[in-house]
Design a binder for this molecule. Structure first.
Ligand code: TXA
Ligand code: MG
Length: 356
């Protein structure tokens, strides 16, 4: 791949400089690739209606072609233009009223203007209206939906800081709008609303309870949400193509300690077993457990009482794992509740081994 000069526009995330956004939008309009902050993670944007530009995203990330992209919109009208089935509108409107702009992606039947390059050949498309002022302004300035996956090389943790984006994509993309840290820290919730009741395909910043409250009934959680890819060789139908790939993994092997039983006792057992094999062990622990004192190097995730805090820090911490200088990192799992479901989904997909 030809090496590009990546232009960095540094902006105030709450009040971005208009001239920077115009230049970034002009780069997108010309078919270029520009990374930008959203409230969840940094996205790698291209003009979502330009199939050639969209193709560039897959090359820059090294992403499998069959993994579809989300189209980001700045208005409901823009969302409607991407929808091919009128009967899905009321459902989208109700959920948009509660969660847009915000970390919810809705999968709908696509309209004819959505390029095949975006959907990987599916007849559905994921749509999201992000809450971040930079993201909104960029889409508005372009006047087209912006196709954007997370702005990382395929397989590694999603970026929540401009430095993460540059570490992965400097020289491979045209530009980066650098606007500080992402507040949510894990990607959006993906909900398939072509079905009634809708099906949760990926847990994220909006929790199943929040969805159920608005839907007036429990949300169906697709089985891929709980079962990590590494646990099974069984061929099974994958409804969200992204879920079949190993993801978020540092180079250092991760062992995930699922919650349950005497957590501390189980943790000590795993540490001892690994040490007996002559391995250097690192730990990634909740603040509560870390406070008990360990001789191994420890990465603190945040308080168990605050899954939102853990979510916000998670991907940055996963990027630190490889700097610990150890052979294996044991990660303490948290409860599958609220945003904890999104945290555990990412950890299960990052870990090569789980202890249940
Ligand atoms: O928060 C987010 O969603 C971030 C920011 C940048 O908006 N984007 C993001 O995109 O995480 P990406 O491409 O890394 O993840 C999109 C997920 C994938 O798991 C993909 O398979 C799923 O959404 N997806 C997209 N379109 C779909 C469709 N039509 N049907 C089923 N799943 C779809
Ligand atoms: Mg991603």
């Amino acid at each position: 791949m030809q090496r590009l000069k990546t232009k960095v526009w540094t902006v105030d995330p709450d009040n971005p400089d208009l001239e920077c956004l115009r230049q970034a939008a002009a780069t997108l309009a010309a078919g270029g690739l520009v990374a930008f902050p959203t409230e969840t993670v940094y996205g790698l944007g291209a003009d979502g209606l330009n199939p050639v530009a969209v193709g560039g995203i897959f090359r820059a990330k090294g992403r499998p072609q069959d993994n579809p992209l989300i189209l980001h919109v700045s208005s409901l009208e823009m969302a409607y233009s991407l929808m091919g089935d009128e009967s899905e509108r009321p459902r989208l409107e109700a959920l948009a009223g509660a969660f847009w702009p915000g970390p919810l992606t809705m999968v709908v039947t696509k309209s004819e203007i959505v390029p095949e390059a975006v959907t990987g050949g599916l007849n559905t498309v994921g749509i999201r209206m992000p809450a971040h002022p930079v993201a909104r302004a960029l889409i508005e300035e372009l006047g087209h939906p912006v196709a954007a996956p997370s702005a990382n090389r395929s397989g590694v943790p999603s970026p929540t800081l401009p430095d993460h984006v540059l570490a992965d994509l400097d020289g491979r993309i045209d530009g980066l709008v650098a606007g500080g840290a992402c507040a949510v820290g894990v990607e959006s919730t993906v909900l398939d609303i072509t079905e009634e009741p809708p099906v949760l395909l990926r847990p994220g910043g909006v929790t199943p309870d929040e969805l159920a409250h608005v839907l007036g009934g429990p949300v169906v959680v697709d089985k891929v949400v709980h079962v990590p890819v590494v646990d099974t060789d069984e061929p099974r139908e994958v409804r969200s193509p992204g879920m079949k790939y190993r993801h978020y993994a540092p180079n250092t092997p991760l062992v995930l300690l699922e919650p349950g039983g005497d957590q501390l006792d189980r943790l000590r057992t795993v540490i001892d077993r690994r040490r007996q094999r002559g391995e250097r062990v690192g730990l990634m622990l909740t603040d509560e457990t870390a406070a008990l004192g360990f001789s191994e190097p420890v990465i603190r995730m945040g308080s168990r009482q605050s899954p939102r805090e853990i979510a916000r820090r998670l991907f940055g911490l996963l990027r630190e794992v490889d700097h610990l200088g150890v052979d294996v990192v044991i990660v303490e799992g948290i409860a599958d509740e609220g945003v904890g479901l999104a945290v555990m989904n990412r950890l299960r997909r990052a870990a090569g081994e789980r202890i249940t």
